[in-house]
Design a protein around this ligand. Structure first.
Ligand code: SF4
Length: 448
């Protein structure tokens, strides 16, 4: 890719995904880093620190109502550690000046952050930090991340707490490397230091990961991680959420409640099922989350252990309530999809990732569309390993489902598939255009 094309990818990151990439440089080397696990042919880009002028030039492309993301790999750019970037504080200050009301989401490993940096985050306001801690003891941090200054990230956790910066913790669960005691102590440290939630990621590996990474990832006992997360949630009163796990239900079940949040003060509890928001029925977690966030002091009807409970979450419109749900499909996109399936005059099919298959089955059932729509889960054959998500599906993965016997015997007139794997030119991660699928079967295909 030449410089002009790369510049366009960076501009599109800001414009379409509200992601402002700074640099692919990172100061640590995590065993599980996805930047090193791409099969041959994958079009992702590692970039040196960008010229500051260029980054500042892209800030006006961001929309004021969207959350701006820094340091999270959500596009084709391999994100590094944002605090390796000399101009990080200039960029953050410029963002706040240009977008006074926008939430800035910043993901960091915390190993280069100073107390002055944290003070600035606190002054800027509306900054949500995700601190990827992963391990606590010097030995565990050395083995898992090659972190040579292990005390620094722990200090950052304390500074975030001291200066009142909203933050969540994240961990990659590799107790086979760090030991269970370190894993659980790290979650406790985050929780005791004021993390709103702790996300625990099960390690992913692709078909080209090293044998060692594959062995370590496979040895993770998922059941034990889930049980540990359940116990830690109970012990710390902070939602500890394990991802990715297959979604089997679209019901608006409250997965967690952030401590001292509006929802916690209203008495909502994990396990509650939302029935109504301001008198209107809600049937999926996505729409429930969306409506509660947008509303000012929404009145909720919940079901708790078979009993109906009413409460009101006292909060301003647009403020997050503190409720944590599983499933993050955009509510508008979900409603558009349901509408399309409902109005299509004939049989239809929805292709999903393996992880989201159960969720979509549930949606189709709940919307009484079973007689006319079927769900087909696509395997991530190109990426291989234990990858099962929509963002890493390729045109060849979709083609395999469309060519398959199950799809042929259903004979849909419309096939819908997720848009996550495609960029602004509708190419997948290896540069194959979505249009290629039209050669596979003469059927109407659309991207969600
Ligand atoms: S901190 Fe993030 S970017 Fe750096 S090595 Fe670890 S996973 Fe990769």
């Amino acid at each position: 890719m030449d410089t002009r094309e790369l510049r366009e990818v960076l501009r599109q990151s800001a414009l379409l995904h509200a992601v402002l990439p700074l640099s692919s440089v990172c100061n640590v080397r995590c065993l599980f880093c996805s930047n090193n696990q791409n099969p041959l042919g994958v079009e992702t880009y590692s970039i040196p620190p960008r010229p500051l002028d260029e980054v500042l030039e892209d800030i006006p492309l961001l929309r004021s109502h969207e959350k701006v993301n820094i340091g999270e790999s959500a596009t084709r750019i391999n994100e590094g550690e944002p605090y390796t970037y000399d101009g990080i504080n200039v960029v953050l200050s410029a963002l706040r000046k240009r977008l006074p009301g926008a939430v800035i989401s910043l993901t960091t490993n915390g190993t280069l952050v100073t107390e002055d940096d944290v003070r600035l985050l606190s002054e800027l306001g509306a900054v949500e930090v995700t601190l990827s801690l992963n391990a606590r003891s010097p030995e565990a941090r050395e083995s898992l991340m090659a972190d040579r200054d292990p005390g620094r990230a722990l200090q950052t956790v304390r500074w975030l707490n001291k200066h009142g910066v909203t933050f969540s913790g994240s961990m990659v669960a590799m107790p086979c490397v760090t030991g269970w005691a370190d894993f659980e102590d790290s979650v406790r440290l985050l929780a005791e230091s004021g993390a709103e939630t702790v996300r625990v990621f099960l390690p992913g590996f692709t078909g080209v990961a090293s044998a060692e990474v594959e062995r370590q990832s496979r040895s993770v006992d998922v059941g034990a991680v889930l049980e540990s997360a359940r116990r830690l949630t109970e012990e710390t009163d902070v939602p500890v959420i394990v991802e990715p796990v297959p979604m089997t239900s679209s019901l608006p079940l409250v997965h967690g409640v952030i401590k001292d949040s509006y929802a916690a003060h209203a008495g909502v509890r994990p396990g509650d099922e939302l029935k109504q928001v301001d008198g209107s029925a809600v049937v999926t977690a996505t729409t429930a989350y969306d409506r509660i966030t947008r509303a000012a002091s929404p009145a909720l009807t919940l079901e708790r252990g078979g009993i109906e409970v009413a409460c009101m979450i006292q909060k301003p419109s647009g403020a997050p309530s503190g409720l944590v749900f599983r499933g993050d499909l955009d509510a508008r996109r979900l409603m558009k999809t349901i509408e399309r399936l409902r109005t299509f005059p004939g049989r239809s099919a929805v292709i999903t990732s393996v992880l989201a298959g159960g969720y979509w089955e549930d949606i189709i059932l709940g919307q009484a569309l079973s007689g006319r729509t079927k769900v087909f889960a696509a395997e991530n054959r190109f990426f291989g390993g234990n990858i099962r998500c929509a963002g890493l599906l390729t045109v060849s993965d979709f083609a395999e489902v469309i060519r398959g016997a199950a799809m042929a015997s259903w004979g849909p007139g419309l096939v819908l598939m997720p848009g996550e794997p495609f960029d602004h030119t509708m190419r997948d991660l290896i540069g194959v255009c979505w249009e290629e699928l039209r050669r596979v079967a003469p059927v109407l295909m659309e991207v969600l």
